[in-house]
Write a protein that binds this ligand. Structure first.
Ligand code: AHR
Length: 498
């Protein structure tokens, strides 16, 4: 197929938000224990954190990190995970049917974040706990000194407040799997009261109310409306969560997953604006897309990995990603960028071992999954403002998501550089693409990287850690304001222009 893309420097969506490149660390499986934290590992620092993983997280370019859950947070007592480590209790985590040693908690995790240069986004348990524990956590985390809980933090070795700006009011409260799940009415009231109280302590907090766990939830749309009718004045974000996978051997539908994400975002924004309009409010609620990824959820649900035994840090949700998965991840990230006017925060779920771009072996190496690459390259190259492209390309019909463009793209432009991100969803043929970049004022292709493989199911594994990595796309050229590039079938590409 052939495609043509027009880029108009004036067609600005919004600034590139650094928080779009957030990720997520949950106390789940081996994300924390033997993922980021393994005191016995040869690369461990004095806090027990694996420095080989820190290096990869920095390379990934993730910004905000959501913590400590996820479903985990709905059974979590934050007080368990502070103070002397030998006094911390071992608890059962009902969400993942495993044991939590609490050896990593807020103070350690905040130190880890400093190593990676990321921002903390903290979730509070509103499912099985009340307003006061949330306020206590806020005091412990953010109050400078001179109160019981801020002085306790200081006594625990953290003199400076963590100054956490973004807070999630629970997690996936619409999901029957959530410990303490609620109706939209019940949750909306609790979220409103918790948010109002937290803002009495600090009016500048950015609070995220739970939206739907997926666009396929039976309550989707009504959930957002009801929850926001209760909480609109007190919150700043509504969350979206979405996981995609290839089902029934339908790769064409899977590659068009971003079409669903588009629909999801548009619907949630429309619903939030509907509530705001009814309230005659000038305030806009933004979207925090704080869980998104490819996840082989069906296989997970059919597996025995969340078993009946109470184990510490079991291997759970350790999906091994393919080239096709990486193309979808790159495309989903393009969709998030394209919605930067309202999606101002997002978290790739998750960061290490658990449906993650980074894998580790206890006592052994850490390596990049296929999905690492589009994320890392986009985070590095996207800067300035997001430009809305006009794409002329053939469309194809998908069973799951209706019509999809064979080629999808988004661009960003800064003062002295620009970047174009592209996917070719065609299963068999390369796409010949031309991109009109005259209005960007670029004069040369500085970099052109493609992720593709003759085997779209090729993966990186412990035995073959670099089986899949991006290569230089030598077809990319810029002449007379026109970029020409060939995109292999099922591929993701980034072009940096100077
Ligand atoms: O990311 C894995 C799980 O997916 C999270 O704990 C939960 O919020 C979602 O269902």
């Amino acid at each position: 197929p052939r495609a043509h893309i027009e880029l108009d420097r004036k067609a600005v969506v919004a600034p590139v938000r650094r928080r779009t490149f957030g990720s997520f660390v949950e106390h789940l499986g081996r994300c924390v224990y033997t993922g980021i934290y393994e005191p016995e590992h040869p690369s461990a620092n004095e806090d027990g954190f694996r420095m080989d993983v820190v290096d990869l997280v920095r390379e990934l370019g993730s910004t905000t990190v959501r913590y400590p859950g996820g479903n985990f947070v709905s059974g979590f007592r934050w007080e368990d995970s502070i103070g002397p480590r030998d006094k911390r209790p071992v608890r059962r985590d009902l969400a993942w049917h495993s044991l939590e040693s609490n050896q990593v908690g807020l103070d350690e995790f905040a130190r880890w974040l400093k190593l990676t240069g990321s921002e903390l986004m903290l979730a509070v348990n509103v499912a099985t706990r009340g307003i006061l524990p949330a306020l206590d956590l806020l005091e412990y985390a953010n109050h400078p000194s001179g109160t019981a809980l801020s002085d306790l933090r200081i006594a625990n070795g953290t003199p400076e407040p963590h100054n956490v700006r973004m807070w999630c009011l629970g997690n996936e409260m619409d999901g029957p799997w959530q410990t303490g799940f609620m109706t939209a009415d019940d949750y909306g009231k609790i979220a409103a009261r918790t948010a109002a109280a937290m803002k009495m302590a600090d009016k500048d907090l950015e609070l995220v109310v739970c939206g739907s766990s997926g666009s396929g939830m039976p309550t989707f749309g009504d959930w957002e409306r009801t929850v926001l009718e209760h909480s609109y004045e007190h919150v700043d974000y509504v969350s979206c969560h979405a996981y995609y996978q290839e089902l029934d051997g339908d790769l064409g539908s899977f590659l068009a997953s971003a079409v669903d994400m588009d629909f999801f975002i548009d619907t949630v924004v429309a619903t939030a604006d509907h509530v705001g309009g009814k309230k005659r409010s000038r305030k806009k609620i933004d979207v925090s897309f704080d869980e998104w990824n490819v996840w082989y959820l069906k296989e997970h649900q059919e597996s025995q990995e969340v078993g009946t035994e109470w184990r510490h840090a079991p291997r759970q949700l350790e999906d091994v990603y393919t080239v096709a998965d990486a193309v979808v991840v790159g495309n989903l990230l393009m969709t998030l960028l394209r919605h930067s006017d309202r999606v101002t925060s997002a978290s790739l779920a998750q960061l290490v071992n658990v449906i993650a771009p980074i894998m580790t072996e206890p006592g052994g190496p850490a390596w990049r999954q296929t999905t690492f690459h589009p994320f890392s390259i986009t985070s590095r190259l996207a800067s300035g403002e997001v430009i809305r492209p006009v794409i002329e390309a053939p469309v194809y019909e998908t069973a799951r998501h209706g019509e999809a463009s064979v080629v999808d793209a988004v661009a960003t432009a800064d003062e002295d550089r620009a970047a174009v991100f592209l996917v070719n969803r065609d299963l068999r043929e390369a796409a010949q693409v031309t991109i009109d970049v005259r209005s960007l004022g670029s004069s040369r292709v500085a970099e052109a990287l493609t992720l593709a493989d003759s085997d779209v199911y090729a993966r990186n594994t412990l035995a073959e850690q670099d089986r899949v990595s991006p290569y230089v796309n030598t077809s990319a050229a810029l002449a007379d304001g026109l970029v020409t590039v060939d995109l292999p079938p099922v591929s993701w590409t980034a072009i940096a222009l100077h």
